[in-house]
Design a protein around this ligand. Structure first.
Ligand code: C2E
Ligand code: MG
Ligand code: MG
Ligand code: MG
Length: 284
């Protein structure tokens, strides 16, 4: 990593950048290997309705397990997969695992409203992306309306033509679109006027400040804006009961965070769902 020495304001490139290049190539090789060997996993984090406490959905989150822990967090290896041209394949696999998980929960009487899958920009702008999504849905006999794709605001900076076309195609097929980390990206609000979007995810940085500081005002403004546009809101990174109370006051629809559940492997989901009280607190 380039280092800025405090006194000289001099950037010391060569040795660090070289080390970094080695590191990157090494990790990419290891990632490709472990991915092809079937060692990556998709974990899922519950999303809970603030109106009735029901489980409404799950967010799929990629994991790279190693011996005794995780090799690298997704922020790191997803970026490397993008740079290495591996994200199309890896992303399609995350989608496939997500649809399979949705199906197995539905087949055992646990029907979710949706499963949310993060999509990165190089993946989304593949011209055949909508087709790949529809093929995966069809293979699992999963309705398009039960899939939510999470995109970020930065998606709209690059190649808007193919991005807009893909968004339009997916949306017409019934796929839900949400904007992840809303309010932290580059876009102006104006794209919300033209873009078909179903949900805004309020970033954790706002939720963290919700009962102190400016985060509260931002969360409030996002919820109000969303509701005026007929869009749902999900608050990310909810960790305290106080945050829940305030989000409910603000009219936020759905919450997701460690207070409810950490992301978990697919094999633990059924038990988690069933442990949520008698009567199955699920939507159908
Ligand atoms: P994200 O989509 O904004 O996902 C939410 C992140 O917040 C997840 O981190 C989740 O584990 C974490 N989180 C959830 N609740 C809490 C909480 O209460 N407190 C705290 N401190 N954190 C919470 P994770 O799994 O490490 O993923 C990080 C990012 O990596 C994701 O952010 C997403 O941008 C990216 N990512 C993960 N999986 C995929 C994937 O399959 N495809 C793509 N394109 N990106 C992915
Ligand atoms: Mg997300
Ligand atoms: Mg997010
Ligand atoms: Mg985030």
């Amino acid at each position: 990593q380039a280092r800025l020495s405090p006194n000289l304001r001099h950037i010391d490139f060569t040795p660090d950048m070289e080390a970094r290049t080695h590191w990157r190539l090494d990790v990419i090789r290891q990632l490709r290997h472990d991915f092809q060997a079937g060692r990556l996993e998709v974990w899922f984090q519950p999303q809970v309705s603030l109106t009735d406490g029901h489980l409404v959905g799950l967010e799929a989150l990629a994991r790279w397990p190693g011996n005794g822990g995780f090799v690298h967090p997704p922020e790191v290896f997803i970026k490397l997969a993008e740079d290495a041209g591996l994200i199309g394949e890896l992303g399609a696999w995350v989608l496939e695992r997500s649809c399979a998980t949705y199906r197995s929960l539905r087949d055992t009487g646990r029907a979710l409203h949706h499963i949310a899958v993060n999509v990165s920009m190089p993946q989304f702008r593949q011209p055949d992306f909508p087709e790949r999504v529809m093929d995966i849905l069809a293979a699992h006999d999963m309705p398009a309306t039960a899939l939510e794709l999470e995109i970020t605001e930065s998606l709209l900076l690059d190649e808007p033509a193919v991005v807009l076309r893909n968004l339009e195609t997916l949306r017409q097929a019934g796929v839900l679109i949400s904007i992840d980390d809303f309010g932290t990206g580059y876009s102006s609000l104006s794209y919300l006027r033209q873009l078909p979007v179903d949900c805004l995810k309020i970033d954790r940085s706002f939720v963290l400040e919700i009962d102190r500081g400016k985060g509260d005002l931002f969360a409030q403004t996002i919820v109000e804006l969303a509701h005026k546009l007929g869009i749902d809101t999900v608050a990310e990174g909810v960790e305290t009961q106080a945050q829940v109370e305030r989000l409910r006051e603000l009219g936020c629809d759905t919450v997701q965070g460690f207070l409810y559940a950490h992301p978990m492997p697919a094999s633990e989901l059924a038990q988690w769902c069933d442990g949520r009280g008698a009567g199955g607190r699920m939507v159908s």
